[in-house]
Design a protein around this ligand. Structure first.
Ligand code: ATP
Length: 395
């Protein structure tokens, strides 16, 4: 996605004359001042950060604190401002408004190469004519570190990403996953104060993505590098991050731990991103405190109001995993029941992912532990506390 965006932006006349980032320029940014590179920090703060491109507001009034050692994911759909926010942090884009602080040091005026940050991008950005070892050593050699130290640190970094035996190869002789590991080694070898990653797994096939995701997690658990990670993939964000920031149209929608976002999304927008695939607009029948009844004939549900929903329509969000076939192993006894005709059923190993249609035509995604077949009519159950009801105008 980001590569599409890059090529799109490369042709964009509103780019304010800024050329598309070139691999060598970005690699060069990994060079750092020795003192800065070694120092750690307590908190990095983005205060009221905005970035406009002409009339396009890419990031708007972003307020964010990142604690030293934390892994933070910026999550949202294409165009929501994730990469712009990351580029502002990196110093690749000047801010339109606001400030960035590393503890007591204001850093938004500092050039990227002096911030002591490491970057990894979707397209690897390796030097094609240099060996793996030379690529990884780049940030250290241009700082003129003693040869012995360069060798020792490069060896360490290559070992961490398990590429010791590929040190003499050129990037073109490596798989995509291996190239991305070289890019990671090149970023961590400088011991960055902040490690920035922009969709680093997007170019990899699903199996490799999963494997690399685990590698990145392992690396973070080993090195505790403060990391900001941009992704549009909720699973990736949930799996990797200590905290997730959900962005929409350049604005923060919610910040929280994976558990908070997954179980208590603040809006239908966040819910949708967290896998609540069943989103229905339904009229409110009655409400007593947080307990609320919504629906019409064929689809009537009792749920939990997430904010004040009094009259008119409400937005209901339910995860497929919380809807089960009644009476089967996974079906709860209390709560809501809905009759559907099964339309599609997909085998998923331990369970079946299915879609059914209610009498009045609403499509419901659910999970079944036992076999269901298309055309069959089943009764579904969903616990009241897993039916989240929002105001339709909730952000
Ligand atoms: N250099 C630029 N010139 C003009 N508009 C830009 C530029 N960079 C980004 N934008 C616009 O700013 C908004 C946010 O873009 P950004 O690249 O930050 O989104 P994103 O969430 O990272 O998207 P993706 O997942 O596709 O990479 C979009 O509307 C985009 O078109």
């Amino acid at each position: 996605m980001a590569s599409l965006r890059r090529s799109r932006l490369a042709q964009d006349p509103t780019r304010e004359g800024r050329p598309a980032p070139r691999p060598d320029r970005r690699a060069g940014h990994q060079a750092v001042l020795p003192g800065r590179a070694r120092s750690r920090f307590g908190t990095l703060r983005m205060e009221g950060v905005s970035r406009h491109f002409g009339t396009t507001v890419a990031v708007s009034d972003l307020n964010l604190s990142i604690v030293g050692g934390e892994f933070l994911a910026l999550l949202g759909p294409s165009g929501c401002g994730k990469s712009t926010a990351l580029s502002c942090l990196a110093g690749l884009l000047p801010l339109t408004d606001g400030a960035i602080w590393l503890d007591e040091e204001r850093i938004d005026g500092i050039p990227p190469e002096e911030r002591g940050f490491g970057f990894v991008f979707q397209n690897y950005a390796l030097f094609p004519h240099m060996t793996v070892r030379a690529n990884v050593a780049f940030g250290l050699t241009i700082r003129r570190l003693p040869k012995d130290e360069v060798r020792r640190r490069v060896d360490e970094a290559l070992e961490l990403v398990e590429l010791t035996d590929k040190a003499a190869r050129l990037p073109g002789q490596l798989s995509g996953g291996q190239q991305q590991r070289v890019a990671i080694a090149r970023a961590i070898v400088i011991r960055p104060r902040l490690f920035l990653m922009d969709e680093p797994l997007s170019n990899l096939d699903p199996k490799l993505r999963l494997q690399m995701r685990r590698e990145i997690r392992r690396l973070h658990q080993t090195l505790h590098l403060t990391t900001v990670y941009v992704t549009h993939d909720q699973e990736e964000a949930l799996a990797l991050a200590d905290r997730i920031v959900i962005l929409n149209q350049g604005r923060v929608q919610q910040i929280g731990t994976p558990d908070e976002l997954y179980n208590r999304p603040a809006s239908p927008y966040v819910a949708e991103f967290m896998g609540y695939r069943n989103l229905f607009e339904l009229p409110v029948v009655s409400q007593e405190g947080s307990r609320i009844i919504v629906g019409r004939s064929g689809l009537r549900l009792v749920g939990v109001a997430q904010d004040e929903v009094t009259r008119g329509p409400a937005m209901v969000a339910i995860r497929p995993e919380d809807i089960r076939v009644a009476g089967s192993g996974g079906g709860s006894t209390g709560g809501n029941t809905v009759r559907v005709r099964v339309e599609v059923a997909e085998f998923r190993g331990g369970e079946i992912a299915a879609e059914g249609v209610t009498e009045d035509g609403a499509v419901i995604c659910f999970r079944a532990l036992e076999r269901v077949v298309a055309g069959e009519v089943v009764r579904l159950t969903v616990p009241i506390e897993r039916v989240l009801v929002f105001r339709t105008d909730a952000r």
